[in-house]
Design a protein around this ligand. Structure first.
Ligand SMILES: Cc1cc2nc3c(=O)[nH]c(=O)nc-3n(C[C@H](O)[C@H](O)[C@H](O)COP(=O)(O)O)c2cc1C
Length: 198
C-alpha cells in the first residue's frame, strides 16, 4: 500500500473561478505529475470527508458507494508505472500490477492521443449491485449520476491545480477492464487523462 500525501483544503482559486475556467484539455506538458496533485484529485473524486460516517467528497444514492477508482501511472513523481486502485479509507494506493499500460489503454480508447500522452489516467468502474441491491433497476441510473458527480469533482480540482483533464466515454469496455484486472462484477464507466496544462 502506498500512502498518499494528505489532501489540502484550499488552493488559490475560488469555486466560481474553477467553474468558469474548467475546460476539457487534450494537450499536456511532457512533465511528471506530482504525487501530491494526483492525491488531491483522488481525494476530490472519492476521498473521505466525514470519517465518522464514512461519507465521501461526492454524493451517493443511499451512501451505497458503487464506484471504484483506478490509476494508470505513466509519468508520476515517486510512483512506478503501473495500475493502482485508490483506497478512500486509507487515502492510499494499492498496487494492481506494475508496468507501462498506457499504449494498451490508448488502443482501448480508440487511439485518442490524450490518453497516451497523459502523465496518468483515472479509470472509474462501478459495481452496480451495491446500488441495485437497494434500489432495483433504478439504481443503474443512480450509479451513472454518481459518476457524473465524481467526474465534475475531478474536472474542478484538476483546474485548481493547473492540471488538464477530459472526460472519456469512448472506449472498449472489456479491453479496459482487462487492463485494470477488474473483478467480474465491475464495469468501467469513465476515464480521465491527467497532465499539466500547456
Ligand atoms: C459523457 C461524456 C463523454 C465524453 N467522451 C469524450 C471522449 O471520449 N473523448 C473526448 O475527447 N472528449 C469526450 N468528452 C468531452 C466533451 O467533448 C467536452 O466536454 C465538450 O466538447 C465540451 O467541452 P468542455 O468540456 O471544454 O466544456 C466527453 C464528455 C462527456 C460529458
Amino acid at each position: 500500500m502506498i500512502v498518499l500525501p494528505k489532501a489540502i483544503e484550499k488552493t488559490n482559486f475560488s469555486i466560481e473561478e474553477v467553474i468558469a475556467l474548467r475546460r476539457s484539455i487534450r494537450e499536456y506538458l511532457n512533465k511528471p505529475l506530482q504525487l501530491k496533485d494526483l492525491a488531491q484529485i483522488l481525494w476530490a473524486a472519492q476521498g473521505i470527508t466525514e470519517p465518522s460516517l464514512g461519507l465521501r467528497s461526492a454524493p451517493s444514492a443511499g451512501a451505497t458507494y458503487p464506484l471504484e477508482v483506478y490509476i494508470l501511472s505513466k509519468n508520476v513523481e515517486n510512483l512506478k508505472k503501473g495500475i493502482y486502485k485508490y483506497l478512500p479509507f486509507y487515502h492510499a494506493l494499492k498496487v494492481i500490477r506494475e508496468g507501462d499500460y498506457s499504449y494498451d489503454l490508448y488502443q482501448a480508447c480508440l487511439y485518442q492521443d490524450w490518453v497516451l500522452n497523459a502523465a496518468a489516467n483515472i479509470i472509474i468502474t462501478a459495481i452496480y449491485e451495491r446500488t441495485t441491491y437497494r434500489y432495483g433497476t433504478r439504481g443503474i441510473r443512480y450509479v451513472h449520476m454518481e459518476a457524473g458527480h465524481v467526474g465534475q469533482n475531478i474536472y474542478l480540482q484538476a483546474t485548481a491545480l493547473k492540471v488538464g483533464t477530459v472526460a472519456i466515454g469512448a472506449f472498449y469496455d472489456e479491453e479496459v477492464e482487462s487492463i485494470i484486472q477488474a473483478s467480474h462484477q465491475e464495469k468501467v464507466i469513465y476515464i480521465f487523462p491527467l497532465g499539466y496544462r500547456k
